[in-house]
Design a protein around this ligand. Sequence first.
Ligand SMILES: *Cc1c(COP(=O)(O)O)cnc(C)c1O
Length: 237
Amino acid sequence: MSIPISDHDNAGAPVSQQALANVRDRIAEAIHTSGRDDKAVELVAVSKTFTADAIIPVLEAGQRLFGENRVQEALGKWPELKQQYAGIKLHLIGALQSNKAGDAVGLFDVIETIDRPKIARAISTEMKRQGRDVELFVQVNTGAEPQKAGIMPEDTDQFVELCRNKIGLKIVGLMCIPPFDEEPSLHFALLSKLAERNRVEMLSMGMSSDFETAIAFGATHVRVGSAIFGQRTQRIV
Ligand SMILES: *Cc1c(COP(=O)(O)O)cnc(C)c1O
């Protein structure tokens, strides 16, 4: 007998809705374990590479915060979804080119990947031009990986200061993506320390494999993709 492959479980709910509920439970448990406030952590559901058809069940289950890593891809699906569902908040979590700053400011509510003066200036210009207020996080390359985006840890204080005082941007958070093969907690601790030192309130850290650890280290936003939507067929980080 063969088992039919289905994206619905026995009760008829899409697998992603079950997975979302499970992730929410695990977040609540991690918040509880670390003695933090019930509302201290927000779940950003990372829908990159998934189509609107795959995203709709997750919207139907009440999720409203989503993360995408490519402006162009996000433009292809989110304007329509935003018209269909009220209260969607979109986070840009991928590297940003300054020629996409206009599109990014127009579509996203939060940009987590400010990491160099040129992009900070381009975002500032676009926010003024469009009269839009986007929440901004600085991405820190906590592992100092040459191929990875983000400001180096030792340059973070100066960069946050430049963004705030010279460019006039309100930086509300820091974000990091720890090296794939390292213990993430060291990186989460470093990001948390940098945030405290710079009086930055929000911390975007933790993905499917380590969000509970990130919550223990003070994450206010966890970015969870595959644990909700399943494995991505395209390999995009
Ligand atoms: C893809 C991605 C995630 C989600 O990764 P999962 O392991 O699927 O949870 C989180 N953050 C960033 C920046 C990403 O690009």
